[in-house]
Design a protein around this ligand. Structure first.
Ligand SMILES: [Fe+2]
Length: 390
């Protein structure tokens, strides 16, 4: 694939890495000039005891903690963003601290749009580069290693009345500080570790093979694939393995940063968003099911990209043709994804086959589809969905 003529690369404001450093959020909040903070999280994170240290840290600082909102649902919702923004306005919040997975961090981003510029999420800000000014300060502390939402300029939020996943992209959505503390991810059970890890892998592979890929995103994606391939099995087998957890968290962050450059990464994410809007299948599981099928669909159109990624998963490609190296990579990725015991088809995941047309429609309307290396029309995407619903 040729170099892009023009691209923009955004580096997150500040990324801090270290085990057991989540409570350092207080210093960061002070340095950002925050005075009135609100924590945004979900029940699972709260019950796992992951909020306590952060809360205690803030309470010892000059920043006043005025609210702990812990009702973010599994899929971020437009309605919830409005509810959080209302609380934030009422209590004059000037700094948001999100603690959780992609849904929590994206919900905080959505709420921050409303807090920072007001208006209506759907009517005014859906799309790319529409937000006109910096928002309230935001510190993100991921508790999963998957979405990379703490590094990305995007947010995907569900609009329940239409069952759609709505995308927002703006450099102002990149959190000011991302705290990567692997101890915050240790309580993830193996199935969630696998599903979120495969989401990160999908970001990296799709970003690398996207029509919108760029040298900066390639560097991040390539190393993310390597780290995930080497570390996800260890994090899955032994959740207490702090080194594997750390490498997964960093890989997810790198891939999150990569997709901020590519923006439109491919058909797998378009299809996974459609599945997420219309069913209860989680984003990570949807990617794990769809990625092998989409890679098979794309392989003849991006064999150079897959062949290059073969190095990242330890394939010795010298003497191999490009097509053979790409095939070897695809087969290795299939085996890798299927080694975690996640469902292999949408049917196995309990998706109703009668949703195929609606899902294909939604995928074709998703901005992620444009970056796919092979042009995909409605019929081709419908065929892919049908193959996964058999
Ligand atoms: Fe994703």
């Amino acid at each position: 694939m040729p170099l892009r003529e023009y691209y923009e690369f955004y580096s997150p404001g500040k990324t801090i890495y270290g085990a057991n450093i989540a409570s350092e959020v207080a210093q960061e909040a002070e340095q950002l000039g925050g005075t009135t903070a609100m924590i945004i999280t979900d029940k699972g994170v709260l019950d796992a005891g992951l909020v306590e240290d952060v809360k205690n840290g803030i309470e010892k600082s000059s920043v006043e903690l005025v609210e702990v909102y812990s009702d973010v649902p599994v899929n971020s919702e437009v309605e919830v963003c409005s509810e959080i923004a209302e609380i934030g306005k009422e209590k004059n919040v000037d700094i948001l601290v999100s603690i959780g997975g992609g849904s929590v961090i994206d919900t905080a981003k959505g709420a921050n749009i409303l807090l920072g510029v007001g208006g209506d999420l759907l009517e005014d800000w859906q799309g790319t580069n529409l937000i006109p000014q910096p928002l309230k300060k935001h510190i993100a502390i991921p508790t999963t290693a998957g979405t990379g939402a703490e590094a990305s300029l995007g947010a995907v939020i569900k609009h329940s009345p239409t069952n759609q996943k709505i995308s927002f992209n703006s450099p102002y959505l990149i959190p000011d500080v991302a705290i990567l503390d692997p101890s915050m991810t240790i309580s993830m059970p193996p199935s969630l570790t696998a599903a979120t890890g495969i989401d990160a892998l999908t970001h990296a592979i799709e970003s690398f093979s996207s029509l919108e890929h760029a040298v900066h995103s390639d560097a991040l994606s390539f190393y993310a694939v390597k780290l995930i391939y080497e570390n996800l099995p260890m994090a899955f087998e032994n959740g207490e393995n702090i080194e594997a957890r750390a490498n997964m968290l960093i890989a997810s962050n790198l891939a999150g940063s990569a997709i901020s450059t590519t923006l439109s990464i491919g058909a797998c994410h378009a299809m996974a968003h459609a599945v997420g809007g219309l069913t209860t299948v989680s984003h990570g599981v949807a990617n794990a099911i769809i990625l092998p099928a989409v890679m098979e669909f794309n392989i003849d159109y991006c064999s150079d990209r897959y062949a290059e990624l073969a190095f990242a998963v330890g394939i010795e490609t010298s003497g191999m043709s490009q097509a053979d190296a790409a095939r070897a990579f695809l087969e290795k990725i299939k085996d890798f994804i299927w080694s975690f015991g996640l469902p292999k088809t949408l049917k196995e995941a309990g998706v109703d086959p009668s949703l195929a047309e609606e899902m294909a429609d939604a995928a074709m309307g998703d901005a992620q589809i444009y970056g796919n290396p092979r042009e995909a029309d409605y019929e081709l995407i419908l065929e892919l969905f049908r193959s996964l619903l058999k």
